[in-house]
Design a protein around this ligand. Structure first.
Ligand code: FE2
Length: 266
């Protein structure tokens, strides 16, 4: 609509170049939902640009993705896009107790690595992460992970999360992708819609896909579109264990805060 608008690929730069060796065109969209939410759309532009809330809202994440700021890498790009690259290994700051299940053990076992060989948590997190990279590079073809062919060490294990100005975010890991888009309601600034896509690569013998920080698997086939109304969590069954559900649950409190007489513009 704007004759002065830049070319799309120039606007998206450098994201297309960064991910050129991912075979996104092979992804299967296993979940496709649009959710009506009771908050201003810019909540999400904030939410996906800060990590202060993650340790309290998303407690399931640190045992599998190290979200500590001092081990992550941050990138900011000219058009307002940004990336945070978090390491795909357990956080050393938020260690799980020995007597509970460690989800990273399952990741290691999937690549024929015995998690019990490591003498302690720290060695498992750090050496296991190195061993995982090595195993993926050695075994990708025989295990049917054909989309790994052009991936580098960082692509194979780390967790990059991207913010695309002004209203798209996506995480692109070696095994799948989640895309979020939020749009304003045309009339009510207290409402917005949130699109959620989970996508996975076909791997022979794999019939389902579960986002690494969720519990509920999706069938490995193209999903039908679902329209949901969040309604304090009552209208989004099956999504309770997802990271975005935990974010949706923060809407109400923050919206109330914006209405406080004590709130000044940030
Ligand atoms: Fe969050």
């Amino acid at each position: 609509m704007d004759d002065e608008a830049p070319d799309l690929m120039d606007y998206l730069s450098p994201i297309p170049e960064i991910y050129a060796h991912h075979l996104f065109e092979e992804l299967i969209r296993v979940r496709w939902a649009t959710i009506d939410l009771e908050c201003n759309w810019k909540f999400w532009s904030d939410n996906f640009n800060e990590s202060y809330h993650t340790r309290t809202a998303h407690k399931q994440v640190p045992p599998i993705i190290d979200q500590d700021h001092f081990t992550s890498r941050y990138e900011m790009f000219p058009m307002g896009h940004a990336r945070i690259i978090q390491m795909g290994r357990p956080s050393l700051r938020d260690q799980l107790p020995d007597d509970v299940h460690h989800p990273f053990d399952d990741v290691l076992r999937e690549w024929d690595i015995d998690p019990d060989q490591y003498p302690d948590y720290e060695t498992k997190a750090m050496q296991g992460w190195e061993d995982l990279k090595e195993a993926k590079k050695r075994l990708w073809k025989e295990k049917g992970y054909l989309h790994y062919e052009h991936m580098n060490d960082e692509d194979l294990t780390e967790s990059p999360f991207n913010f695309m100005f002004p209203n798209i975010a996506f995480g692109a890991s070696a095994d799948g992708m989640s895309i979020f888009r939020w749009e304003p309601d045309p009339k009510d600034p207290e409402k917005c819609t949130f699109d959620l896509w989970n996508l996975s690569y076909p791997v022979e013998g794999k019939e389902s896909y579960v986002v690494c920080t969720d519990k509920t698997p999706s069938e490995m086939k193209e999903a039908e579109h679902e329209h949901m109304v969040y309604n304090d969590g009552e209208g989004t069954p099956g999504l309770e264990d997802s990271v975005v559900y935990q974010d949706w649950s923060l809407n109400a409190g923050q919206t109330e805060g914006w209405h406080s007489r004590g709130y000044q513009e940030p």
